[in-house]
Ligand binder design. Sequence first.
Ligand SMILES: NC(=O)c1ccc[n+]([C@@H]2O[C@H](COP(=O)([O-])OP(=O)(O)OC[C@H]3O[C@@H](n4cnc5c(N)ncnc54)[C@H](O)[C@@H]3O)[C@@H](O)[C@H]2O)c1
Length: 265
Amino acid sequence: MDLGYKGKTVVVTGGGSNIGRAISLTFAKEGANVMIGDIDTAQAENVVKEANAFKAGGKTITAKCDVTSLDNVQAMFKKANDEFGQIDVLVNNVGWDQMMLFTETTPDFWNKVITINYVGVLNCTKTALDYMIGRKSGAIVSISSDASRQGEYKEAVYGGVKGAVNSFIKTIARENGRFGIRANVVCPGVTVPTESGEIGEKSMWKKAAEFFTPEQLEKVAKAYPLRKIGKPQDIANAVVFLASNEGAGHITGQILSVSGGYSMV
Ligand SMILES: NC(=O)c1ccc[n+]([C@@H]2O[C@H](COP(=O)([O-])OP(=O)(O)OC[C@H]3O[C@@H](n4cnc5c(N)ncnc54)[C@H](O)[C@@H]3O)[C@@H](O)[C@H]2O)c1
């Protein structure tokens, strides 16, 4: 099936590492123009090189962008629009957490989790809508987490904030469907990088790997009906489908878990 990405522009936040990297590369393989907005310029540049080597018809570029800054976000979208002439898809992929019992967390930690995972989504969605509403076309996919659906151990603040993302995106879908704009959510389960080159210095997997030892991953896999841990490509496949008007043109306001059956909501 041709998902119709030739000539389309896709903005992927945090597109340098792990899930975001797989999303950027998959859109590039589909022939889309891709803007990677990331704080890690070096890692984003690596992905730009990989993506452009496909020669699939589109072009991938990057801009240094901290999604918690509305100014940074607006500059990143402007660069994409100046280069490619339109904005068709936003993937709100940036996310951050550190696994801790709630009783061990501090207000500074809460603020960091809320700002990166929620305010970042607000900044990017607002800016994307400013481009999409006038054109009466667009698709937004936000990467949330099964932690928003399952009451996950050591992910209290993050799970709560990802739940806010789910609710926010439903309202975005309801308010903007009349403009031909769709908005959906993908909730990954545990999704590990498979090689060290797949993550940059700012990836949360630099620390998360300490918690998710091979033994721990084996335990997690046992809790999943499909008995296996997710790969970044599993998430990318769902995102590329949901963002496509050809593939998912009548799907909006939905939350899709891609977690081996862990969440069944
Ligand atoms: N990997 C998992 O197991 C898992 C599970 C559930 C949900 N998720 C969600 O999937 C998404 C991607 O996760 P991942 O594992 O690929 O993360 P990651 O930490 O490996 O990569 C995140 C990327 O975002 C960039 N980044 C971080 N903060 C940023 C900011 N403020 N502005 C711009 N860029 C920033 C980093 O440089 C990095 O390239 C996140 O929303 C995460 O919450 C991941």
